[in-house]
Design a protein around this ligand. Sequence first.
Ligand SMILES: *[C@@H]1O[C@H](CO)[C@@H](O)[C@H](O)[C@H]1NC(C)=O
Ligand SMILES: *[C@@H]1O[C@H](CO)[C@@H](O)[C@H](O)[C@H]1NC(C)=O
Ligand SMILES: *[C@@H]1O[C@H](CO)[C@@H](O)[C@H](O)[C@H]1NC(C)=O
Ligand SMILES: *[C@@H]1O[C@H](CO)[C@@H](O)[C@H](O)[C@H]1NC(C)=O
Ligand SMILES: *[C@@H]1O[C@H](CO)[C@@H](O)[C@H](O)[C@H]1NC(C)=O
Length: 212
Amino acid sequence: MSLAVSRLLLPLLAFILVLTPFTHASPEAIGPSSPLSPWLITRLWTFTPSGRPGSSPWSTLNFTISDPNTIIAGTGPQQTFTYPAHTANCSAQWSSTLSVPAWNRTINCTQHSYEFAYWSFEILYPETNGTVYDYPSASEHFDLRIRLTDTTNPGNQKYFWKQSFEGRVGLEVGGNMGGICGASGVCSWSLKDDKTPLEVRQHRTDCTGLCG
Ligand SMILES: *[C@@H]1O[C@H](CO)[C@@H](O)[C@H](O)[C@H]1NC(C)=O
Ligand SMILES: *[C@@H]1O[C@H](CO)[C@@H](O)[C@H](O)[C@H]1NC(C)=O
Ligand SMILES: *[C@@H]1O[C@H](CO)[C@@H](O)[C@H](O)[C@H]1NC(C)=O
Ligand SMILES: *[C@@H]1O[C@H](CO)[C@@H](O)[C@H](O)[C@H]1NC(C)=O
Ligand SMILES: *[C@@H]1O[C@H](CO)[C@@H](O)[C@H](O)[C@H]1NC(C)=O
């Protein structure tokens, strides 16, 4: 009996001991003067169709980004309000045949795991010539400018605050992206495994509440 119990307990104890340090390392809320951890793009891929008659006219860029920071928004008498660490999925579609441009459009991300986070992005001409391509391509060589506005619950008017952030990162096939173009003319590129996650250095652009 006691042998059976210790057989059960020992792995459990070992599990708890291993787990404890990680529990302590869970993100602490940071104030306005603390440095931000960069955003992380954890998945990114582009897809361009063959352009053959009858095939889909749409090109796509999809990515997932996470904000690892838990940020103090402001304080009430009983409570500290924070913007939690969270992730978002973002997607752009464009088509030259349908005159829907890829460049310089602000596109809202549609999925975010924190309800009151608003992410958007633009596909921009790359600011520097890449190492492989010296021409811009919205699927092969481009910059992403990404914006986030975190708010507290808009229903809570007394404690409604927001903070906005912006960051920019370059993407290039042969640099941080790889993939293939098939014989059909369809190309799919994605962030290379060894470049994942890709850091995006962001800075605060706007703040109400606890701003330092
Ligand atoms: C990109 O994301 C959109 C929206 O989630 C989805 O409908 C589409 O299938 C995705 N495209 C590709 C090529 O994965
Ligand atoms: C996008 O904006 C940049 C900078 O304002 C400009 O140089 C470029 O021509 C624009 N591209 C398109 C396709 O509108
Ligand atoms: C994008 O989101 C902003 C802020 O929520 C909103 O004002 C704007 O209308 C949205 N744009 C589109 C095209 O949905
Ligand atoms: C983003 O997309 C992935 C894959 O489809 C999904 O598992 C995840 O839940 C999505 N994230 C959000 C915040 O909706
Ligand atoms: C980028 O490449 C183009 C075409 O090769 C060249 O004319 C231009 O000077 C380059 N720009 C920079 C900043 O290197």
